[in-house]
Design a protein around this ligand. Sequence first.
Ligand SMILES: [Zn+2]
Ligand SMILES: [Zn+2]
Length: 387
Amino acid sequence: MYSAPGVKISPDFPIPDKMKAWVLGNPGELKLGEKPVPVPKRAEVLVRIDAVAICATDLEIIDHGSPALIQGGLPFNKNWTPGHEYMGTVVALGPGVDEFPIGQRVTVEIHAGCGQCKRCREGMYTSCHNYGLNYGDVDKGHRANGFTTDGGFCEYQVNNINTVIAIADTMSDEEATLVVTAGTAMYGLTELGGLVAGESVVVTGPGPIGLLGAAVAKAMGANPVILTGTRDNRLQIGRELGADHVVNVRNENVVEAVKRLNGGKGVDYVVECSGAPNAVNEAIRMVNRGGKVCLAAFPHEETPVDVAHIVRNNIYLYGIRGEGKSATHRAEAYMSQKRFDATKIHTHTFALDDLPTAIRYAKDRVDDAIKVVVKAKMDAANKVAAE
Ligand SMILES: [Zn+2]
Ligand SMILES: [Zn+2]
């Protein structure tokens, strides 16, 4: 029977001692095993994971390791569980926790910083200076589930209460897994960027973050919102999520198209989500003088950038890591008010046991997959939908 000193549980939500958990072996190798159900400490809750979405970063980590950092190194063969975009139900409260009732449906942010470094104190906990320092004699208590601590491809996980967001009952499990993606887009546009209503935005690359970036920008009153990419079906979803214009970069010069669509001028913001080799050079030519370019995708290779153009035109260029300054709470507010329909990017659901198949769908974009979700407890309707 699951119990620990000071931890509150409820007979309504029985918790087993052991749970199913996928573990990363060698690069690309996931094994289904068993782990003890983790125990929440002070300021933590235990979340029963009801759904977890697969992110491009998960695929990157499973094959290449980085940006996961486990015990100071790559995450392979360390009995470590990846997965970070999950939602679920609070089923146990750590000592002193009264912020959430047991039974509360929640979604989670990824990063709980150390809480004591300069960036954490500024609310930029995704840029914590003690990233990954949570072991041995360098234990600063940093958590980024699925990056520096065990993640969500399992049945239960502990979360710091600062990373837990109550969700509306009207929000489905699948939709709730997308809150953190929308929160990341929001962090780039508002908290780091300073976007105000009426400013113009280009989003390059209609992956999940790009599509929700267009949705968030529109919900915040950006005008116009232009989405660029190579796949017409994804650009069409972008239109449905709020993009005023879409540009297929295979058909026309993207910089000229952006300027034509914005009255001959560059836009105030570009959110670069494609990771394409020439993306930065194109972005700095789409943005107007004094405008801002948010870099949200990481290319594998270093690419030359026209620095002189950036300097001459006073362009701000900034990277974004994750979802700081509680932006995820604001994203949840937009989504629960139905300001955009994130479910348009959810395409497939599989059982947790079928994670390797789910990953193949996400990676190879089988059947036009965008966001693929796995659930520990599949109901009958979901099973049919996935087949
Ligand atoms: Zn992610
Ligand atoms: Zn910190």
